[in-house]
Design a binder for this molecule. Structure first.
Ligand SMILES: [Zn+2]
Length: 235
């Protein structure tokens, strides 16, 4: 299903396995931009719920990967919106995001083909209107809380909607694999620390960058994950 109504005011839109989210309040907030081809579904969902795509006020990017940023250009055609993100992921030097670790990714990025692709796949910081900080509360966007969760990328963020206790994790958590994979993280230890940080939140619903939301047992899912990570750290 390309469109899932997560709660009365929150929709998940899925296109080519990448998710983006619409938060429909007084103002309309979008989390992540998936792909260009996802944007018609955004317009459709808003129209069906009696709202105009022109009312999109803010797009928050969880991190700088093409399957989360690809629709930005098309979204900007819908409304005079602003783009918010953690600038760390958009501070591109020599065509790359500064990477603290992750030998696998660094080696991969050194290959000529991937390096050209990498450059084309990244947005730079001139695209960012609002630089987010850790712990920031977006009062005009339903009180969304910004949580820095580096690891998958150095500037990955998660967002927590306290009223409905929804946690949007981007790719900080991988639904299929659970624990952070070395191949999917630029810094695996950081990724593990970020998950432990998220596990401290009171969560009812978990929304991922890929896969369906967890609407039942989200708190147990997070607790199990944290326990597994803590056990792993003891080894
Ligand atoms: Zn990603």
């Amino acid at each position: 299903m390309p469109i899932i109504q997560v709660t009365p005011n929150v929709y998940q839109i899925t296109d080519r396995r990448a998710n983006m989210f619409l938060l429909i309040g007084q103002k309309i907030t979008v989390i992540d931009a998936a792909f260009r081809s996802s944007v018609p579904l955004v317009a459709q969902t808003l129209q069906e719920s009696g709202r105009s795509p022109r009312d999109i006020e803010l797009v928050i990017l969880t991190h700088n990967h093409l399957d989360h940023t690809g629709g930005i250009g098309e979204l900007k055609k819908l409304a005079p919106l602003k783009i918010a993100a953690n600038k760390v992921d958009f501070d591109i030097r020599d065509g790359f995001i500064p990477m603290p670790g992750g030998v696998f990714t660094r080696t991969l990025f050194k290959l000529p083909l991937f390096s050209i692709m990498g450059r084309r796949m990244l947005l730079d910081k001139t695209m960012i209107d609002i630089e987010l900080s850790d712990g920031q509360v977006l009062t005009e966007n339903g009180g969304l809380q910004v949580i820095f969760t580096p690891g998958h990328t150095p500037g990955s963020i998660s967002l927590y909607a306290p009223e409905e206790k929804i946690l949007f994790v981007g790719d900080a958590l991988n639904k299929r694999y659970g624990l952070p994979l070395r191949a999917a993280s630029m810094n695996n230890q950081q990724a593990a620390r970020s998950i432990l940080k998220l596990a401290e939140l009171d969560v009812n619903i978990l929304c991922f960058g890929h896969g369906k939301p967890i609407k039942v047992g989200a708190a147990i899912y997070m607790r199990n994950l944290a326990e597994k990570l803590q056990e792993k750290q003891k080894d």
